[in-house]
Design a protein around this ligand. Structure first.
Ligand code: MIC
Length: 645
């Protein structure tokens, strides 16, 4: 078996390891961040949970850090009270970004984890099966139920050679994105192996596993080898090491090879992580902002290398040079080197530890200007600026732009500024700072949940209707991201625990008349349809991208295809995700058409084709669903919350 199969096999409690069929996995650890965690905690309340059943459950506060009014601060207190009540660890606001902190403090080779954040796979760097998913799936796992997912295929990615100077782990995953784009990984676990692993540290692997999410992969895994052993030892957790490697001759469903020695600096251009080109193709483009940080480049190396490149120099006067430290632990380790000083001295704007501009929580770039970020995503408007021009790149490429004020191949720094490539060595022992991790309480059951005025209970939904006529409110193209369905950013994120309010922002990035039209449709019909192309709802795990449309009456999506988490979330909230049987039929439905469905419940239950009648154009459109029996039950009841009663 390969590593992925070993991890699945040792946690399989339902189903068979047959790709495409639903399996149930026992879950050892759970991770939540605040922007999705408030809903998870409300879901646990609705379930009447007594105590988390997973070995480890951690609630982080890393997204909603700006406190423009009471809302985010109220959420922090709510989450702390819920963590105490349900037996979670609580990572206090400002402690750091969930994924790297989790990898450093809690991750264990051989274990499984679900997280209510799509970048949860980052901890796959340790030889863990770490999967990002919607909050309801995390809530169920915390309550001791299995996690259900379609058994993925496994793609073995062999890494050969050694990274040249000026090229680092981010370029490896950008190379995968260049080859596979944002849906090439759908239905796969990406498993990295080969001699090239030797020179990739655990945090380098974290970079690669983190952004496997951008390929649409179910998760990414690495073996737990000597390097992972070294990493855990440096973190003072040697006893948590368990070796986990693929058997000799292990088989994969698909193969890929990357020769690290042949890579060049790469960059994802606006506005998709899949728009990858060599840096030299866009060199010379003026840059207005450079941001270093996020779960996609969180290691000490990533900050240190930038600090060494800019040492003794000053960032270009047209560039805002922003540093978002990963965690307090990272900041302490960086200040033990000269890194902290060198960055400050080069004009860096230091922010608090957390996700910050990665989800548009501040740091919005100037309109139409170029921002270079070491972050994982650049979907349209995600930065908070509607006409943003966000590029994603390695710390080396970001540092080069900070110094020159333009996109620059970092290999040119040697010739242009006389900078030679800094040689990094991992410290044998990291400074460990766990002071802002509040341990689980033993007697939380009496704790009252602290709910500020912005925290509203979950809306209630009816069982799925059998027949309905409803209009198509929106027709979208391929690869619509959750950032376009329900945007992030400092204005909207504080509404994550208030569904009626956040629903006003549904699809506004695509069409700002949507909310009003949905409200009107709700008065006249049972709800509405939306139509989409391939890979609908790619990107984040936010349940709000299903829950807010559901609240506005969404009955069904008809798409050419779906991203995994987005698809699971639709079902969890009682929206029927239909696929065109014949993808060309996408052309037969236009925005504004009236569609009709009859006998939906029987057809859904029997897994038969569902005939959607286009009343406006007098045509029948055959569609199908690919829900498991368990999901059919959930959908017909009107969503997972109705299954609690
Ligand atoms: C993201 O990177 O898009 C987020 C913000 O971390 C999301 C979660 C969210 O929407 O709260 C994710 O990746 O799941």
């Amino acid at each position: 078996m390969n590593v992925a199969q070993k991890l699945i096999n040792s946690h399989l409690v339902e189903g068979e390891m047959k790709p495409g069929t639903e399996i149930g996995l026992k879950i050892d650890q759970a991770l939540q961040q605040d922007a999705t965690g408030t809903l998870v905690m409300l879901e646990l309340e609705a379930m009447g949970l007594d105590k988390a059943q997973t070995e480890v459950a951690v609630q982080y506060v890393d997204h909603n850090l700006l406190q423009g009014d009471h809302k985010n601060a109220d959420d922090h207190l709510f989450l702390q009270s819920a963590a105490e009540k349900y037996g979670y660890w609580f990572s206090r606001p400002g402690n750091g970004v969930s994924h790297p902190v989790h990898t450093e403090r809690f991750g264990k080779p051989g274990q499984t984890m679900v997280g209510s954040d799509s970048h949860t796979p980052a901890t796959g760097a340790l030889g863990m099966l770490a999967i990002g998913t919607g909050g309801l799936d995390v809530a169920a796992a915390v309550a001791g139920k299995p996690y259900y997912v379609k058994m993925p295929k496994v793609m073995g990615v062999e890494l050969k050679g050694k990274l040249p100077d000026w090229i680092s782990a981010k370029d490896v995953v950008l190379e995968m994105l260049r080859r596979y784009d944002v849906k090439g990984g759908v239905g796969y676990i990406l498993e990295y192996y080969g001699e090239g692993l030797k020179d990739l540290s655990t945090m380098d692997r974290h970079v690669i596993a983190n952004m496997g999410t951008e390929l649409g992969a179910t998760t990414s895994v690495f073996p737990a080898d000597d390097e992972v052993h070294r990493f855990l030892k440096a973190q003072g957790r040697e006893e948590d090491f368990e070796p986990l490697e693929a058997d000799a001759g292990a088989k994969y469903d698909a193969h890929e090879t990357i020769n690290l020695s042949e890579l060049e600096p790469l960059i994802a251009t606006p506005s998709s992580p899949g728009n990858v080109v060599p840096v030299r193709e866009v060199a010379g483009t003026p840059v207005h902002q450079v941001v270093i940080g996020s779960s996609a480049n969180p290691g000490l190396r990533d900050f240190w290398i930038v600090s060494e490149i800019v040492k003794g120099k000053m960032a270009d006067e047209r560039v805002s040079f922003d540093i978002n430290p990963t965690s307090r632990q990272l900041t302490e380790n960086l200040s033990r080197t000269d890194g902290f000083f060198n960055l400050l001295h080069a004009g860096a704007r230091f922010h608090q530890s957390g996700c910050m501009g990665c989800i548009g929580m501040g740091q919005a770039p100037a309109s139409g200007k170029v921002s270079l970020r070491t972050m994982p995503r650049n979907f349209p408007g995600r930065s908070g600026t509607a006409d943003d021009q966000v590029y994603l790149c390695s710390p080396e490429t970001a540092a080069a732009a900070a110094l020159t004020g333009a996109i620059t191949d970092p290999r040119d720094l040697e010739k242009r500024l006389g900078i030679s490539y800094p040689q990094y060595t991992e410290p044998e022992r990291m400074i460990v700072n766990a002071q802002m991790l509040v341990p689980p309480s033993d007697n939380g059951s009496e704790t009252e949940l602290v709910k500020g005025p912005n925290i509203k209970s979950l809306p209630e939904f009816e069982p799925y209707p059998n027949a309905y006529d409803a209009p198509v409110l929106l027709k979208m193209g391929d690869d619509v991201s959750t950032d376009e369905i329900l945007k992030a950013g400092a204005e909207v994120l504080p509404l994550r625990s208030n569904i009626p309010e956040i629903s006003k922002y549904a699809y506004t990035v695509i069409d700002d008349t949507f909310y009003d039209r949905a409200k009107d449709a709700q008065k006249a019909c049972p709800g509405h349809f939306v139509i989409a192309g391939e890979n609908y709802a790619q990107g984040s795990s936010r349940e709000h991208a299903a829950l807010a449309p559901k609240y506005l009456g969404q009955l069904a999506v008809i798409a050419k295809g779906y991203a995994r988490i987005g698809w699971q979330n639709l079902v969890n909230f009682g929206i029927l995700p239909l696929e065109f049987k014949n993808p060309d039929d996408y052309e037969k439905i236009q925005q504004g058409d009236m569609l009709s469905v009859t006998s939906a419940r029987e057809a859904i239950e029997q897994g038969e084709d569902i005939h959607v009648r286009n009343l406006t154009r007098n045509e029948d459109i055959p569609t199908r669903h690919s829900l498991s029996g368990r999901q059919v039950e959930v959908l017909l009841k009107g969503g997972v919350v109705n299954t609690f009663q």
